[in-house]
Design a protein around this ligand. Structure first.
Ligand SMILES: [Zn+2]
Length: 242
């Protein structure tokens, strides 16, 4: 990164320049060495962007300076002893300030690994793993006027019998644990519930139609795991519809 240029852009009050350099910082969010170089300029950027309103049609362009500032502040805290013990840079993926973290681009980071990319409902679902801390994320591609990605840290585990075919076991684990996480840790609306229901359906279709996996559900008792989640979804849907 050319620090001088980035600082000049971010303090320019010009939307195109702020966006350009803001995105460079965002792309480096996982890189401690690079972000560290900008920490000394944090106050300067804050002053230049104070009360700045950049407009934006579907999302405010202010995110192109607000989120870089959030990243810098995060790394600054990480440098302190207390921050270092509890935090990992991958937590930045959960920020609501910026929802355009493309999982495939992020997987170009040394510390970020793309485990799975599978067909979701209309779009793709990704499992991303942070190699620094071992956290796994369910990343869902969404369309709403523009493409964005919803990142959720997978915190639930669902016990199931493995088939011994690693790829499909890993995918099953990903689907089960991510759906369970969404259901138990997020305030979900009807759309989201149907979305998750569809994911389970799609994965079961995939299992059922591929030669070699068509009997897995019965053979390894996976039907019960899927049905338990479906039951949870139906219960929540029933409450919503009442
Ligand atoms: Zn991490």
């Amino acid at each position: 990164m050319v620090i001088k240029e980035i600082i000049e852009d971010l303090t320019s009050k010009d939307v195109t320049r702020i966006r350009r350099s803001g995105l460079i910082i965002i792309r480096k969010s996982q890189d401690e060495t690079e972000i560290e170089k900008i920490i000394p300029y944090k106050t300067q950027i804050e002053k230049a962007t104070k009360d700045l309103v950049l407009g934006g049609v579907f999302a405010s362009n202010n995110r192109f300076f607000q989120f870089p500032l959030e990243i810098i502040a995060f790394h600054q805290e990480l440098n302190s002893l207390i921050g270092n013990q509890r935090k990992c840079t991958c937590q930045l993926y959960l920020s609501k300030t910026y929802e355009s973290f493309n999982p495939e681009q992020e997987a170009e980071n040394e510390s970020i690994q793309l485990n799975h990319k599978i067909n979701g409902t209309y779009t793709y679902d990704y499992e991303i793993e942070c190699l620094k801390c071992g956290s796994r994320y369910y990343v869902s591609e969404r369309e709403y006027h523009y493409t964005w990605w919803k990142w959720t840290k997978i915190t639930e585990t669902v016990e199931f019998t493995e088939s011994g075919q690693k790829q499909i076991d890993d995918e099953a684990k990903f689907v089960l644990c991510s759906v369970a996480t969404i259901l138990r840790h997020e305030v979900v609306n009807i759309n989201e519930l149907n979305y998750q229901k569809e994911r389970i359906f799609n994965f079961r279709m995939k299992l059922g139609t591929f030669k070699g996996t068509e009997y897995f559900e019965g053979q390894y008792g996976w039907t019960e795991c899927f049905e338990n989640l479906n039951k949870e979804i139906e219960q929540k849907l029933k409450i919503k519809n009442e």
